[in-house]
Design a protein around this ligand. Structure first.
Ligand code: NDP
Ligand code: MG
Ligand code: MG
Length: 333
């Protein structure tokens, strides 16, 4: 059974007695920096000269210095820049300023798990990862609530690294909702697998294949869009509230019967065998290596895939239909 921690299990004074640098001020960075400050923690934000985020952080009352200055001043350094550039920021601006007793924090385990960042032995290496987007993390904190977090320690140089991580999580509201203990390995591998096989990759491929099947059979794209994409949200909301059982309770018996007999014909043993291969390539570092090569090679294929899908009939149909849906927050991404 997973170990869970709440407000009473965490001592806020630990992080209040440290100096924290939040490197990056994007989705997660702004939420961490502002909520830590509001929890009485000494925070500075590290951003390079010319950063687009700098004005915003200053407007919100935070002190902004360069990443190197922030790392030099602080003894807890949270790295919240995009994963593919973390190793470079670490090498150039953080590593030269790390001292024994400092702590290096992450919001995702990617760079530690795959060895792109190697911290010196005298430094605690911790993760506090909210299980929700940064803007929700901040909003929930302001409303006196929190987003559940997962926390992990990769390297416990001080002997108190987990208590420090819990204290940090309390500072951003995480222990109000609950913190689950994990490891860098478990967090990174399950996160990558979930987004690839189920949440992003699996779901988009399922929606596209269903839409194409209907359109190729001569049905109207608008009808296919509603059936295969739009209604998915209604189904997922029910699953979120009460698992598969609540979803099946709410849909018709005909839909439920179709679910039982047809689902396994679409997601077959072969699909699951492929999922296992996907997981293996995550575990052995193949995915991470390929992604870093793609990223640092100029994102050529990434941009090709992006353009291909933005021109797909599913997307062009949806774009027009959503204009008619006043109830959908249809601001384009
Ligand atoms: P964002 O892309 O939202 O933010 C990036 C920030 O980093 C921006 O403020 C950007 O500044 C800044 N930045 C870019 N380059 C540098 C640099 N060289 N030095 C310092 N700052 C720089 O990142 P996320 O918040 O999405 O992700 C941060 C971490 O959190 C990642 O590890 C991610 O996996 C993890 N995470 C993210 C979640 C999310 O909700 N998005 C959820 C859970 C974990 P500028 O404005 O100048 O570009
Ligand atoms: Mg992820
Ligand atoms: Mg229907």
């Amino acid at each position: 059974m997973a170990e869970l921690f709440y407000d009473d299990d965490a001592d806020l004074s630990i992080i209040q007695n440290r100096k924290v640098a939040v490197i990056g001020y994007g989705s997660q960075g702004h939420a961490h920096a502002l909520s830590l400050r509001d929890s009485g923690v000494d925070v500075r934000v590290g951003l390079p000269e010319g950063s687009k985020s700098k004005a915003k952080a200053e407007e919100q009352g935070l002190r902004v210095v360069t990443p190197a200055e922030a790392a030099a001043e602080a003894d807890v350094i949270m790295i919240l820049v995009p994963d593919p550039i973390q190793a470079k920021v670490y090498e150039e601006s953080i590593a030269p300023h790390l001292k024994d007793g400092d702590a290096l924090f992450f919001g995702h385990g990617f760079n530690i798990r795959f060895g792109f960042i190697k911290a010196p032995a005298g430094v605690d290496v911790c993760m506090v990862a909210p299980k929700g987007p940064g803007h929700l993390v901040r909003r929930q904190y302001e409303e006196g609530r929190g987003v559940p977090c997962i926390a992990a320690v990769e390297q416990d140089a001080s002997g108190n690294a987990f208590a420090l991580a819990l204290s940090y999580a309390k500072g951003i509201g995480g222990t109000r909702a609950g913190v689950i203990k994990t490891t860098f390995t478990e967090e990174t591998e399950t996160d990558l697998f979930g987004e690839q096989a189920v949440l992003c990759g699996g779901a988009s491929a399922l929606v596209k294949a269903g839409f194409e099947t209907l359109v190729e059979a001569g049905y109207q794209p608008e009808i296919a869009y509603f059936e295969c994409l739009h209604e998915l949200k209604l189904i997922v909301d029910l699953m979120y509230e009460g698992g598969l059982e609540k979803m099946r309770w709410s849909v018709s018996e005909t839909a439920e019967w179709g679910d039982y007999v047809t689902g396994p014909r679409v997601i077959t043993d072969q699909t699951k065998a492929e999922m296992k291969k996907v997981l293996t390539e995550i575990q052995d570092g193949t995915f991470a290596k390929n992604w870093m090569d793609e990223y640092h090679g100029g994102l050529k294929k990434y941009n090709e895939y992006k353009t291909q899908d933005s021109e797909h009939l599913l997307e062009t149909t949806g774009k027009e239909l959503r204009k008619l849906m006043s109830w959908v927050d249809n601001e384009e991404a």
